[in-house]
Design a protein around this ligand. Structure first.
Ligand code: SF4
Ligand code: SF4
Ligand code: SF4
Length: 266
């Protein structure tokens, strides 16, 4: 047996962790009812909130981290896990972009200050930020929540000693494959053309426009898409809010884009 085969044959020490988030990403792991027991037999689960009583973050091969940094304690946990893990996977949109909890960067303080608890130091509020703002991340699984099957594929790939491949095509590809009516053509502000697929186009398949929870594709043509939405009658304020809802902290600076479009029109 080669050294690599021995390494692969040894069960991977895997941990699932959560900092500020809603636990929906972690639930997406568990909700793979048919396969989860088999997967958990494949790896050595060192930590999983709700499932294990004693959770460790020592000597990890792979750590999955849900949530974003919104308190000093979050940052401490994140750094501790990062220090002990060979591979760190950002699990879900909060971990990757800050998601809806980080939207407050774009909203006035009076809209949310009544929600901030500052009674104890360890829940003291700090500006919310995705995890790669603080530590290096090796792989990203997008989605709010992420697709459960995609999480399993990543676990299987790393357990087999392979590097998982990220899904790069836009939501529209899966949507058209399903034969859905195009909501954009019906005048709804669907972000499918600029959003990374892999979710099976779950929202448009149910009649709801895509809000972009899996983040933008690498080759998203934002100026062209903004122009298209404006032609359909959506205001700049509406477009800006929609683009920032899930990927706010990772959206390119929209104001210069908008100014460039204005100049082109003159
Ligand atoms: S990405 Fe969505 S599902 Fe996951 S923790 Fe954040 S809000 Fe919850
Ligand atoms: S409904 Fe949305 S995701 Fe589906 S094809 Fe139209 S724009 Fe793309
Ligand atoms: S269709 Fe869009 S909003 Fe819905 S899950 Fe997929 S990427 Fe997220």
């Amino acid at each position: 047996m080669s050294e690599r085969q021995i390494a692969v044959a040894k069960k991977l020490r895997v941990g699932f962790y959560g900092i500020t988030g809603c636990a929906g990403c972690l639930e997406s792991v568990i909700f793979n009812e048919d396969e989860i027991v088999g997967i958990f037999n494949l790896v050595d689960v060192q930590a999983f909130p709700f499932i294990k009583g004693a959770n460790s973050h020592e000597d990890l091969d792979v750590a999955f981290m849900e949530g974003l940094v919104a308190s000093p304690r979050d940052l401490e946990t994140l750094k501790e896990v990062r220090k002990n893990a060979r591979v760190l996977v950002a699990l879900g949109t909060c971990a990757n972009t800050g998601c809806i909890p980080a939207y407050r960067h774009y909203t006035p303080l009076e809209n949310y200050e009544h929600l901030i608890k500052e009674k104890e130091d360890d829940i003291k509020d700090v500006p919310p930020s995705p995890i790669d703002t603080h530590v290096p991340v090796d792989f990203a699984i997008p989605g709010c929540p992420p697709n459960g099957k995609e999480i399993l594929e990543v676990i299987k790939a790393v357990a087999a000693g392979k590097t998982p491949r990220p899904y790069t095509a836009p939501v529209c590809i899966e949507c058209r494959r399903k034969g859905n009516y195009c909501l954009l053509e019906l005048g709804k502000p669907c972000l499918g053309p600029i959003t990374r697929g892999g979710c099976g186009a779950v929202c448009p398949s149910g009649g709801f426009e895509c809000w972009g929870c899996r983040g933008q594709t690498e080759d998203a043509n934002l100026p062209a898409f903004i122009e298209l939405l404006e032609q359909k009658g959506f205001s700049w304020d509406f477009i800006k809010r929609r683009l920032r809802t899930f990927v706010g902290q990772k959206t390119p600076d929209l104001e210069p884009l908008r100014r460039a479009l204005e100049v082109e029109k003159v």
